[in-house]
Design a protein around this ligand. Structure first.
Ligand code: C5P
Length: 202
């Protein structure tokens, strides 16, 4: 029997990961941040591999790399993610994860539209680019990265534009996704609403 899947999509730094982890912890589901798959590919591209080869040879260990959170890797991930062969190479892993017994939460850009179109719960989490840039700036500065708010905003906007306009699996809400704007919502409220939705459909 298929597992119960919660699909969470949205742009960078909207709160997908935080909501996804909290929902998974609450219900005892497994959680996969699918952005890590693309980031792991992006990191290998920066080391000189082609994106297609990186996607085809990706190992679970590659997701543990603590350099995956940098802006350079995010940018390389977004470029690689526009290549259909890269996306195709990552589908089976995501399907297997979604179908595991015991339930799973997957967050990314195309989970509700392409990877798990039959997921019983789909959330699309957004926030304004300014709010998201502010969050990402705070996160990166706390880690000691030398970034400016303007620079982070420009990166976030460039990545949103590329992710939303690519031909293959563009970032967009599924027709039946519940929209959640976290621009003015605190994270506890967003988590509580997500948990309510999952509880109602379980
Ligand atoms: O979510 P995160 O910011 O880690 O994702 C990095 C990049 O990976 C995104 O900008 C996007 O281009 C790509 N991605 C994707 N599909 C997903 C998850 C991430 O195209 N399901």
């Amino acid at each position: 029997m298929l597992g119960f899947t919660v699909a969470i999509d949205g742009p960078a730094a909207a709160g997908k990961g935080t909501v996804g982890r909290a929902v998974a912890a609450h219900f005892g589901f497994a959680h996969l941040d699918t952005g890590l798959l693309y980031r792991a590919v992006g990191a290998k591209v920066l080391e000189g591999m082609t994106a297609e080869e990186a996607a085809l040879t990706l190992q679970a260990d590659d997701l543990e790399n603590d350099q995956l959170r940098t802006n350079a890797v995010a940018e390389a991930a977004s470029r690689a993610a526009a290549i259909p062969a890269v996306r195709a190479a990552l589908v089976d892993f995501q399907h297997s994860f979604a179908m595991r017994a015991g339930g799973a939460v997957l967050d990314g850009r195309d989970i509700g539209t392409v990877i798990c179109p039959d997921a019983p719960v789909k959330l699309f989490i957004t926030a304004t680019p300014e709010v998201r840039a502010q969050r990402r700036f705070a996160e990166l500065s706390a880690k000691g990265a030398e970034v400016t708010l303007e620079g982070v905003l420009a990166d976030v906007q460039a990545r949103d534009a590329r992710d939303s306009t690519r031909a293959e699996a563009p970032l967009k809400p599924a027709e039946d996704a519940e929209l959640m704007d976290t621009s003015t919502m605190d994270i506890e409220t967003a988590v509580a609403r997500a948990i309510e939705l999952v509880a109602a459909r379980r």
